[in-house]
Design a protein around this ligand. Structure first.
Ligand SMILES: O=C(O)C(=O)C[C@H](O)C(=O)CO
Ligand SMILES: [Zn+2]
Length: 280
């Protein structure tokens, strides 16, 4: 079985201020997450948040444990959120099948030993995007279909930030220890996500951009509000946002992204919003 994993250590704002383009990309950008028959995982030391991807094509792929966890199995002390951005696939948890269609999600609580990903068709496979965080309690497995999510309309066409935000794995939809996940889709003609920008020093966050048309890109902004930097991001790439950093992007077209968070609280609305004209 193919597994790739890497660790990313946490950097403070003072260090990041001095990073050049390649250092910023090396520390925060996550590329090549979705590869055939491979489990790709990036372990961030911000809140020990794992970002991963699996695309089962020729065979099913197991969520194997990795050495940094020093655990007998992956979910021994962790919980997991899965969103399928591909065609229909199945997640089998300790022998029970959960079928996930496009844009459906599954929450898998701590203590489940065997998690296996498969696609209904190798020629149009499922593409499972994964987020995992440490957990202190075993909550039940729950599938979240597109009708189960909480939907919020945000922004306006006049400010180029009209978008639909869908909350999938939040504590009003599913019992969780600390993981939160959702999906935001830009309306055609709008380009800005998360503008006005915000920080939440109590939680880190990872954005995974997809449905970015070929030859287009998203310019993602990070850093302290008065000391911002940018990273150009392509389709199906993710970016780690430290708790002290803004996280906001502007695309050269419309696009969708999955946000995932972990940390001190489960309060989605706990954000310090930045004044747009004070960003630097
Ligand atoms: O477009 C948005 O605004 C978002 O999607 C914001 C994220 O949900 C977020 O950053 C939550 O803290
Ligand atoms: Zn945020």
């Amino acid at each position: 079985m193919n597994i790739n994993y890497e660790s990313r250590y946490a950097s403070g704002p003072g260090a990041v201020k001095k990073y050049d383009t390649s250092e910023l990309r090396k520390e925060f950008l996550i590329q090549n997450l979705l590869e055939p028959d491979t489990l790709n995982l990036v372990y961030s030391h911000y809140d020990r948040f794992i970002t991963g991807g699996v695309v089962p094509v020729e065979k099913s792929v197991e969520l194997s444990t990795i050495d940094p966890l020093k655990a007998e199995y992956f979910l021994e002390r962790r919980e997991l959120g899965i969103i399928n951005i591909g065609d229909t696939g199945t997640v089998t948890v300790d022998g029970t099948d959960y079928v996930l269609n496009n844009k459906e999600a599954l929450y898998v609580g701590q203590g489940n030993k065997n998690v296996v990903f498969s696609s209904n068709s190798g020629s149009s496979p499922a593409q499972f995007y994964l987020n995992s965080t440490p957990a202190h309690k075993a909550y039940p497995i729950k599938k979240i279909g597109t009708d189960d999510v909480e939907v919020i309309e945000l922004g306006a066409p006049e400010t180029a930030n009209a978008r639909t935000l869908r909350k999938y794995i939040v504590n009003s939809v599913v019992d969780v220890c600390q993981l939160q996940m959702g999906m935001t889709t830009l309306k055609s003609g709008s380009s800005w996500n998360t503008m006005p920008a915000h920080v939440h020093d109590r939680r880190m966050e990872v954005y995974f951009y997809f449905d970015v048309p070929e030859d287009q890109a998203v310019c993602h902004f990070m850093g302290e509000p008065q000391e911002t930097r940018h990273i150009w991001i392509g389709n199906k790439e993710a970016v780690i946002s430290p708790p002290w950093s803004i996280h906001s992007g502007s695309g050269t077209s419309d696009y969708t992204f999955i946000w995932g968070m972990a940390g001190e609280n489960l309060d989605y609305g706990d954000m310090d919003v930045c004044k747009i004209n004070e960003l630097r």
